[in-house]
Unconditional design. Structure first.
Length: 87
């Protein structure tokens, strides 16, 4: 059954508000961490700071990907070992 457009708009507005609140929480959390690290003591252009944050994000993305690959490999190896023992 199709949703009426009014319901979709209401849901969209609710989700946009939820996103705004989540982004505010994330910004406050990251801001507190940046201040604790001493970034508030420097006069740095926003573009330079954004570039540095992007480098950090990429570093963590690569670690997450490597961890996921290692976990899949370990699971695959465990399954293969289990199959060879059963045979």
């Amino acid at each position: 059954m199709k949703k009426p457009t009014a319901k979709i708009r209401e849901e969209l507005a609710r989700l946009q508000e939820e996103l705004k609140q989540a982004e505010t929480r994330d910004a406050e959390r990251i801001g507190r961490i940046a201040l604790k690290a001493g970034l508030g003591d420097f006069e740095v252009e926003a573009s330079e700071l954004q570039s540095a944050f992007e480098e950090i994000a990429n570093r963590f993305r690569n670690v997450s990907k490597a961890g996921a690959i290692a976990a899949k490999t370990a699971v695959g190896a465990g399954q293969a070992a289990g199959q060879s023992q059963e045979a």
